[in-house]
Design a protein around this ligand. Structure first.
Ligand SMILES: Nc1nc2c(c(=O)[nH]1)N[C@H]1C(S)=C(S)[C@@H](COP(=O)(O)O)O[C@H]1N2
Ligand SMILES: [Mo]
Length: 528
């Protein structure tokens, strides 16, 4: 028996230039590379909250086109394509771009500098379209810019590879075949574009549903009035109510979920007499309650800034639970987000008379996407990781014995009541101040117990009471100020708070894990 060994086919170098259409295909694939990379980067920009307008090239060109379409053409398009008019426009834009790219690819084969210049010009048109979009920022052109550079590189490389193959030298055997680069470049471009679109997904529908969000006006007794003296308005101290744009954000979402409220529902499952599911329209029609609640992250270090106070509007969680009628024995509600995050909350925190809300508004606005649109849970007195589920989609009534929230198996305590803490906002640690009267000021919190007293200590001096801002809610932080007669030298200034039970905050230094940091916030100040 003979064994035949097969040897790899040797590519015979051809002296003849490749057919013209090779250039045209190169042009189309270069376009795919550009659009794919541009779309993917644009989606990532948007997901990271770095985008101002619409940075994806095809969508931007289509959008710019829509804005400039004469009415008759728009009417014609809607008459012909109906509600698919946007899709038709996107496809039309893509086809037009493919034709232009094919032509440019042919030009590149004959006069490379001219061809590359034309390709760059098409990229520039894309960037101009991006910049023309509402709210666009200069940085929004970066995805299309990088995509264009990648496309130019692809075109040049194709010409180079084909020349190498024709050269007949030893290296010609290593040269990549056109098919290989088309499959790789085109494949990666398509996958990138697909993935980019997948990320932005339902974004347009979600934005529309957020723009259309409404809430019933709360009964006057269910509204929040912030007493004027609650904010001392001392420069450098966190504002009593933190604007949405400045509010700290903590979550596990790499890409912010953009939920279309019109398809969203909230289910109550588990140990209940009756499973319940409500939709967006139902939730919005419920009697609303406003509440001032300071959110606090368990990862906040002593003196840290992972905390913020806002006016939340929502429907009390207890009303929804009441409809489902929890069974005896249940001691936890596991709230679940559309992105899989879960928080385990003691059931009594959701059924007692505190303002635990299915919140749909934050400081009078529909929840920002970053903060949980369309709905999130807000529970006064508990750290966010065991309560404040954003993009909430399910409340499972259960027990601590049989379920745990996202962070518990990762080393955090199953229960997370907020610890009484206080922070010095001014002067900053390391700051230099002039001798004389210096305002030492900051915030203190003991959510759902309330702050009764704040004291300041300078060096080894006595603990002296600070002046407290007007109390607005036991669920919110409280500003304080201490008028310090500063003498020259270097000083250590400390703060401590008491809650309404009379208990002083723990002086013992504890790290955030497993159930929240404790210790005395201390700043070092130079006085000249
Ligand atoms: N879906 C979801 N919700 C979440 C989280 C999360 O990772 N995913 N993190 C929680 C934590 S740890 C905190 S501190 C708060 C922060 O809320 P904020 O980003 O609105 O300030 O959200 C909570 N809700
Ligand atoms: Mo957190």
């Amino acid at each position: 028996m003979t064994v035949t060994t097969s040897s790899a086919p040797v590519t015979t170098p051809s002296e003849t230039p490749p057919p013209r259409w090779v250039g045209a295909v190169d042009g189309v694939v270069a376009g795919l590379v550009t659009v794919g990379l541009g779309t993917l980067l644009a989606a990532l920009f948007q997901a990271l909250g770095q985008a101002g307008g619409q940075p994806a090239p095809i969508a931007a060109v289509s959008g710019a086109f829509i804005d400039r379409t004469p009415a008759w053409l728009k009417d014609f398009a809607i008459a012909t394509f109906g509600t698919n008019d946007k899709r038709a426009l996107l496809v039309g834009t893509a086809v037009a771009l493919a034709v232009i790219c094919a032509v440019i690819g042919l030009v590149v084969r004959r006069r490379m500098p001219l061809g590359l210049t034309l390709f760059a010009l098409v990229g520039l048109v894309g960037m101009a379209a991006v910049l023309s979009r509402p709210g666009a920022a200069l940085a929004d052109v970066v995805p299309t810019l990088l995509g264009t550079i990648a496309g130019l590189w692809f075109l040049r490389r194709g010409v180079g590879m084909d020349a190498l193959r024709r050269s007949g030298g030893a290296a010609s055997r290593e040269a990549e075949s056109p098919t290989r680069r088309w499959v790789l470049g085109g494949g990666l471009g398509i996958v990138a574009a697909w993935f980019g679109n997948f990320i932005t997904g339902d974004s347009a529908a979600a934005t529309a549903s957020r723009d259309a969000a409404v809430a019933k006006a709360p009964a006057p007794s269910n509204t929040v009035t912030i007493p004027p003296g609650a904010d001392l308005k001392i420069p450098g101290v966190a504002p009593f109510v933190v604007p949405n744009d400045d509010f700290y954000r903590i979550d596990t979402a790499i890409v912010v979920p953009r939920v279309d409220a019109s398809t969203w529902t909230l289910k109550v499952t588990g140990m209940v007499e009756e499973e319940i599911e409500i939709d967006w329209a139902t939730l919005q029609s419920k009697p609303m309650q406003e509440a001032l609640v300071t959110l606090m992250c368990v990862s906040n270090e002593v003196g840290g800034e992972l905390t913020g106070n806002a006016v939340w509007t929502g429907w009390p969680v207890r009303e929804l639970l009441k409809m489902a009628r929890p069974k005896p024995g249940a001691d936890m509600v596991l709230s679940r987000s559309v992105d899989g995050f879960t928080a385990g909350t003691p059931i009594e925190a959701l059924t007692d008379d505190r303002n635990s809300l299915i919140a749909i508004r934050m400081n009078g606005q529909p929840l920002p996407f970053e903060h949980g649109f369309p709905a999130r849970i807000v529970v006064p007195g508990l750290y966010g990781y065991v309560s404040a589920t954003k993009w909430v989609s399910e409340l499972k009534v259960t027990t601590f014995a049989s379920d745990q929230g996202y962070w518990t198996p990762r080393g955090w305590s199953p229960k997370g009541p907020v610890k009484t803490e206080s922070r010095i906002d001014v002067p900053r640690s390391g700051a230099s101040v002039k001798a004389g009267k210096v305002a030492v000021a900051g915030v203190a919190w003991a959510q759902h117990r309330g702050i009764s007293k704040v004291e300041v200590q300078v060096d080894t001096g006595p603990w002296t009471p600070a002046r407290l801002a007007v109390d607005a809610s036991i669920d919110a932080w409280r500003q304080w100020v201490y008028e310090w007669d500063a003498t020259s030298g270097s000083h250590e200034v400390r703060v401590r708070a008491y809650d309404n039970t009379g208990e002083v905050q723990s002086p013992f230094e504890a790290p955030p894990a497993p159930d929240g940091a404790s210790g005395i916030h201390t700043v070092t100040v130079r006085v000249d």
